[in-house]
Design a protein around this ligand. Structure first.
Ligand code: ADP
Length: 532
């Protein structure tokens, strides 16, 4: 054997993903030779779909292994059994199972073969051949090699674990990169804050633009709080502990799309939609929170333009409608002897009522949507509001010859509310009762002591609303097409407006209705807070 052969060490085979296992196995042949003084040592690995691979030491390093026939897992090598039962031969050529080694293999005499590992189709063997001085391998050599294979088995298990951990780390890194790409591509400002030390651990470029300040990983939440302020839609500054990010971090309370005004370091203001979500470990402990800021300035500007246009149109329509209504009523008196003209005037009157209601509702809705409809509360009594509404309803086309009974207990407390807006709520509920039903309408007011609310109920005895539709009836543009015979359909805005107005007063609205006994629309407003 020449020195070149002795020092050579090589590896052939297909690259496979157990790179740490390979690293361990590649060291074994040299170690085995060093320990036993053998001329050659090799580790063969057979693996499903990967064929046979070899790590070797002492064999000619110039051998192009890929062109050669590799040792087969048969013959002596094929017989290698469990880890602790090695084969030791003094002269392999005299053994009946000496086949299995390729022709090009240098001549061999003494041989020890040990199985390192076998399982799941994966098999690794170690063999050493040609003992020093052309002699034989000793029992001690076999024991040493046996111990080496035991060590290798453990090393392989560790290596396998290491590989798995490396792969997991790669998956995490790829996921992080993908997440960062999504965050960077987002039009919203995204900030991720760690729960343990309240530091910024990730953010989108847009977050800097929206907040108007520089951010970097490691920026503290306190630094962000010191740079910007958030105000609610009523213009009140939101204290630090009430900010969505703090509520999410401290109590795990998430915020979905809350509108706020952001005051930036340069003094500029920006309307934003703020959401905050928590990221939890094992569904319990809060790891971090995500703050999402959406610039609303373009949307609000468009809404304002739409509303300005609508207000202009509706104002310009309302005045001529009121004029036409007045003229028709006067003419009706003059011509009430001529039945044909009277009928024509009635239908013009009906059209005018319909258009007036539509225009008023459109105007209300546009004010609600752009929040230009402010609640102007004062201490008032529901009786006055009801009396005015019933008066208005009597001049309404469907209000003629309809009896509206108001029942209010003498000691009903006052409310703190906007009488004009509550009047519009009652106008809408009363006009619906008249449009969609025939017969009398009862209005009942009560003081609900448990909630300390003033409750107003408007009851009709019409065909009611199918129970399944009761929850949707307050949605914008929701209409049921089976109204009273001959009734003009509205735009489906009346009840949506009622809901917004009542909720802006801190109250609630609902309906109890069935097709047998008619509908009871009700709303509750908190009693006068000032007189409590
Ligand atoms: P609209 O302008 O169409 O009247 P609303 O929001 O006021 O819009 O009402 C929505 C729908 O609810 C109406 O289309 C009508 O079908 C139904 N509705 C409202 N009030 C009553 C009622 N008192 N009785 C029966 N149906 C009603």
């Amino acid at each position: 054997m020449n020195s070149d052969q002795q020092q050579s060490s090589g590896y052939t085979g297909i690259t496979f993903d157990h790179s740490s296992v390979d690293l361990v196995l590649s060291k074994i042949p040299k170690l085995a030779r060093d320990l036993t003084g053998a001329d050659y040592a090799a580790v063969t690995i057979s693996q499903p779909h990967a064929g046979m691979r070899i790590f070797h030491d002492g064999l000619d390093k110039n051998i192009k292994w890929q062109d050669k026939e590799l040792p087969q897992g048969r013959g002596v090598l094929g017989r290698l059994g469990p880890v602790d039962s090695p084969i030791r031969l003094d002269d392999i050529s005299s053994h009946p199972d000496s086949y299995g080694f390729p022709d090009w293999h240098p001549p061999m005499k003494a041989l020890v073969g040990i199985q390192i590992f076998a399982g799941q189709g994966y098999k690794a063997n170690l063999y050493v051949s040609n003992a020093p001085n052309n002699g034989e391998f000793t029992t001690r050599d076999t024991e040493i090699l046996n111990q080496l294979t035991q060590f290798v088995k453990f090393a392989m298990e560790f290596a396998e674990l290491h590989d798995r951990e490396r792969k997991t780390r790669m998956i995490i890194e790829a996921t992080e990169n993908r997440l960062q790409a999504v965050i960077d591509g987002s039009l919203a400002g995204v900030l991720i804050i760690s729960a343990s030390d309240k530091l910024l651990i990730g953010f989108s470029k847009q977050a800097c633009t929206i907040l108007g300040c520089n951010l970097e990983v490691g920026t503290t939440l306190t630094e962000i709080h010191n740079s910007v302020d958030f105000f609610d839609i009523n213009g009140q500054v939101i204290s630090e502990q009430d900010l969505p990010i703090e509520k999410a971090l401290t109590d795990g309370i998430e915020t979905v799309a809350s509108e706020m005004m952001l005051h930036r370091p340069d003094g500029s203001k920006l309307p934003v939609l703020v959401s905050a979500a928590t990221i939890r470990i094992h569904d319990t402990e809060i790891d971090s929170t995500v703050l999402i800021l959406q610039d609303l300035s373009d949307i609000l500007q468009n809404e304002q333009m739409k509303s300005d246009f609508l207000s202009m149109v509706t104002h310009d329509l309302r005045s001529p409608l009121a004029l036409i209504k007045g003229i028709i009523n006067e003419m009706d008196v003059d011509v009430n002897t001529n039945g044909e003209i009277h009928a024509d005037l009635e239908s013009v009157d009906e059209e005018v009522d319909h258009m007036t209601e539509l225009v008023s509702n459109l105007l209300d809705m546009s004010r609600i949507e752009t929040r230009t409809k402010k609640v102007d509360s004062e201490i008032c009594h529901v009786t006055d509001i009801l009396a005015d509404a019933v008066q208005r309803a009597s001049s309404f086309r469907y209000g003629v010859d309809r009896t509206v009974t108001i029942s209010v207990p003498g000691d009903l407390p006052k409310m703190y509310a906007d009488p004009g807006q509550l009047g519009r709520v009652i106008d809408n509920l009363l006009s619906n009762a008249m449009k969609y039903t025939s017969g009398d309408v009862d209005i009942i007011c009560t003081h609900v002591t448990e909630s300390d609310n003033i409750r107003t109920e408007i009851k009709d005895k019409g065909n009611g609303i199918p129970v399944t539709l009761n929850p949707e009836i307050f949605d914008k543009f929701f209409r049921i097409r089976s109204g009273k015979q001959g009734a003009r359909e509205g735009a489906g805005l009346g009840l949506a407006i009622c809901k917004s107005v009542v909720e802006a007063h801190g109250g609630q609205i609902g309906v109890k209705s069935n097709e047998a006994s008619g509908s009871t629309f009700w709303f509750e407003i908190p009693r006068d807070r000032l007189s409590r």
